[in-house]
Ligand binder design. Structure first.
Ligand code: ZN
Ligand code: ZN
Length: 135
């Protein structure tokens, strides 16, 4: 086992990546990171240095072992194509349509995967109503 330490370009936190000797040799000989057979998060850390926390925010996908906090995948953003999850649920409209909000581009999506456009005041009212109900 060899340890590679990468510093996050966004928050400065360092992440230690453990590589088997064989993988480490490939890594240091300049092999494509994608060919090392690592998970997406570990690969991204080796490529850009980004830590798992920042990757969760930037790519809106759960780090290995943290899937529970994201809930089920509900589709992908109709605008920027990033994955949306149960955690991105913001509440229901006046017509009782459940809405999900993309954390990257702030677009709204209904459960059919269609973009929903609402004025900001209405979006805020939906979120506020949800907070009041405590759900
Ligand atoms: Zn970071
Ligand atoms: Zn989006």
């Amino acid at each position: 086992m060899k340890i590679v330490t990468k510093e996050c370009v966004k928050c400065g936190k360092s992440t230690k990546v453990e590589l088997s000797d064989a993988r480490y040799r490939m890594y240091t000989s300049g092999a494509l990171i994608q060919s090392l057979g690592l998970d997406r998060f570990t690969s991204e850390t080796l490529i850009s240095g980004m830590c798992f926390d920042c990757q969760e925010k930037v790519f809106n996908r759960p780090a290995p072992g943290r899937e529970g906090s994201f809930g089920k995948e509900v589709g992908c953003c109709p605008v920027c194509d990033c994955d949306l999850w149960e955690k991105d649920y913001i509440g229901v409209t006046d017509e009782s349509v459940p809405l999900y909000q993309c954390p990257s581009c702030r677009s709204l999506m209904n459960p059919d995967g269609e973009e929903v456009e609402l004025p900001l005041a209405e979006i805020n009212a939906i979120k506020a109503a949800r907070r009041l109900m405590g759900v």
